[in-house]
Design a protein. Structure first.
Length: 244
């Protein structure tokens, strides 16, 4: 399973693999130094989650439309045990922050190693994501995303994200759909970025979906989008890939 983890200021893909039980394993050298973000430059083999990579999405938070990413700061020793975990960046929801932190404190990592094969303590950060638009269902979560959840999440986002100079940070779903429209623009992505009409068309489609979803909470969001056929085709492709 591919897991996304981040050292401070850098996102990296790491392959998560649990140890093979029953095999004789050697005991690597371990540094007795305290965890330090300075050790990042020494890391040759990065740590990855063995357990505790996903936190429970609280039902109360879902009902309130709360969503987002909690960035957790970790301090691990040379064995991969968590010495300390703390909220590095809040999701904006106390419920989500608390769920992520509770899970992080029980997490376990494989050790980080330097170029000499010595296991070293480390400070780094990793995200815990809470989005109803994502799921493990075939084809991904977005095509199963219900209007009730969409409406609650967008209402919460607008209520909690203050505007800055007349603009508000974009929600992940908004950005995802805008990006899809840009890369599928006739003439390619760069043409889409240059064409000012793309954003206007996206905004019109977004507002239409918001209006229809509010009136039809049991419907699927994808059915109210101009990109419906593309999204369903992509979901079908992904479902087929997963089955292989």
């Amino acid at each position: 399973m591919i897991k996304l983890w981040r050292l401070t200021g850098m996102a990296t893909l790491a392959l998560a693999a649990a140890p093979v039980f029953g095999q004789t394993q050697s005991h690597p050298k371990q540094s007795a130094a305290a965890p330090s973000s300075a050790n990042q430059v020494l890391v040759k083999v990065k740590p990855h989650f063995i357990s505790g990579s996903e936190a429970e999405f609280p039902a109360e938070a879902k009902a309130l439309g709360q969503h987002g990413t909690v960035m957790i700061g970790f301090e691990i020793d040379a064995s991969g045990a968590v010495l300390n975990a703390y909220v590095k960046r809040s999701s904006g929801s106390d419920l989500l922050d608390a769920s992520a932190l509770a899970t992080a404190k029980t997490a376990r990592f494989s050790p980080a190693f330097d170029a000499n094969g010595t296991a070293i303590p480390l400070k780094f950060q990793a995200p815990y994501d809470f989005y109803q638009s994502r799921s493990s269902e075939p084809g991904g979560g977005f095509v199963h995303y219900r209007c009730s959840a969409f409406t609650a999440e967008m209402d919460w986002w607008e209520a909690t994200q203050p505007e800055k100079e007349g603009r508000r940070d974009r929600d992940e779903v908004y950005s995802f759909l805008l990006g899809l429209r840009v890369i599928s623009f006739p003439g390619g992505m760069m043409a889409g970025l240059r064409d000012g009409k793309v954003t206007g068309a996206h905004e019109k489609d977004w507002n239409n979906a918001r209006k229809k979803c509010r009136a039809n909470p049991d419907a699927l969001v994808v059915d109210y989008l101009e990109q419906r056929d593309m999204l369903l085709a992509l979901a079908k492709q992904e479902a087929a890939r997963v089955k292989q």
